[in-house]
Write a protein that binds this ligand. Structure first.
Ligand code: PMP
Length: 380
């Protein structure tokens, strides 16, 4: 008996439902200062990566509108054909200046950056050494490259050193998140850089959750020589797009070889202009950049948890249904906090993931901590 496509989909969805793992998209209207409206309910969002609330900043919006009026809504083609516009070079210059690299390349998104950069640099006969908790799109880029993919235990530099010596390779990338997106901790970048240069491997950091919020906005790798620094414009920068900051030669090679750069349409001009305006704010307002981490530390202090290393604080609850119940309890108390379930995180580690932004108020953080302490930590 053949299975129709609809039968196949319905069966798969039923098994996700049975395991509390089915995802549903909830329409949410975001407002300034971390307020969100869902089904008419006003919630304070602790689940958004817009760490500096720049997606709502008047100067960023004005820059985006002005560029759209001047250049139009879409880029119209790949950048290598006719999709380029002058704002692109300005954005790449700003990124390179912030990261103190010689050059930068902008991609359509962080995901597209990772699946383009890694296969452009390594392939059969090469290796990608990857932190086991690295983001899904680093894994996707590593697998797509055709290189051997060799995971090392989370932040385990000693194990990585052993793997580097134990496997033959021609070229190798060591790939890690700078800030781990579901755990909020940081990679030991200085130690990784030392090991990479000792072994002649190339260190690549994904600074999606570091740019704009750590080291006065310069990100996790600031102060360390990291040859491949990628990241996204969709979190603290408030808009959309991905980037690689690297040497001029590496950036040029990427423009020539990364398939997710070559065979896709350039970002809309309004999106590029918004990122430039955001980076101007990031470069000139260190107090703004420091606020999300300060708020996260306020929360971890209030709960007696280890001090937050980034604006992301996880509370691991175990079973998916427990995390969903905690999410519902927080929503009833006026907080939007999303449960994170497998396969985004390993089995048995479903969690609440709190993300702090510059626009949060201390009194709300205290109310949140109080609710978590009395209704969630005690129940768990
Ligand atoms: N890397 C990390 C660590 C991320 O958390 C994300 C976003 N979830 C990405 C890359 C992908 O970035 P983008 O949303 O721009 O595709």
């Amino acid at each position: 008996m053949t299975t129709t496509l609809d039968q196949f989909a319905t069966t798969k969805l039923a098994s996700l439902d049975a395991a509390s793992l089915r995802r549903r998209i909830n329409p949410i209207t975001r407002c300034p200062n971390a307020i969100a409206l869902r089904d008419g309910q006003r919630l304070i969002s602790f689940s958004c990566n817009d760490y500096l609330n720049l997606s709502q900043h008047p100067a960023v919006i004005a820059a985006s509108v002005a560029a759209t009026q001047r250049y139009g809504v879409g880029a119209g083609a790949s950048r290598l054909v006719t999709g380029d516009h002058p704002l692109y070079r300005t954005l790449e210059r700003r990124l390179a200046d912030l990261k103190t690299t010689a050059d930068a390349v902008v991609f359509g998104s962080g995901y597209l950056a990772n699946i383009g950069i890694i296969p452009a640099l390594v392939g059969a006969g090469d290796a990608v050494f990857i932190d086991e908790l690295a983001h899904a799109c680093i894994w996707a880029g590593a697998k797509l490259s055709g290189a051997a993919v060799l995971p090392f235990p989370h932040n385990d530099v000693a194990h990585l050193t052993h793997l580097l010596a134990a496997h033959p390779w021609r070229h190798a990338i060591i790939a890690t998140d700078g800030v781990f997106s579901m755990d909020g901790d940081r990679a030991p970048i200085a130690a990784l850089a030392t090991i990479a240069s000792t072994h002649g491997a190339w260190l690549m950091t994904d600074d999606a959750h570091g740019i704009g919020v750590l080291n006065a906005g310069r990100g996790t790798a600031h102060g360390t020589a990291v040859p491949l620094q990628m990241g996204t414009l969709s979190k603290a920068v408030g808009g959309y797009g991905g980037y690689l900051c690297a040497s001029a030669a590496v950036c040029d090679l990427i423009r020539n070889r990364a398939r997710s750069f070559i065979y896709t349409t350039g970002l809309p001009p309004g999106v590029v202009a918004a990122a430039i305006a955001s980076l101007d704010l990031i470069a000139t307002d260190p107090d703004l950049c420091a606020r999300p981490l300060r708020h996260a530390r306020h929360f971890t202090d209030a709960l007696g948890l280890p001090a937050a290393q980034s604006p992301i604080v996880p509370l691991i609850l175990g079973a998916a249904e427990t995390a969903l119940a905690a999410q519902a309890s927080l929503a009833a108390a006026g907080f939007l906090v999303t449960a994170i379930r497998p396969p985004t995180v390993p089995d048995g580690t479903a969690r609440l993931r709190f993300a702090f932004t510059a626009g949060h108020h201390e009194a709300d953080i205290e109310r949140l901590a109080n609710h978590v302490r009395t209704s969630i930590m005690i129940a768990a």
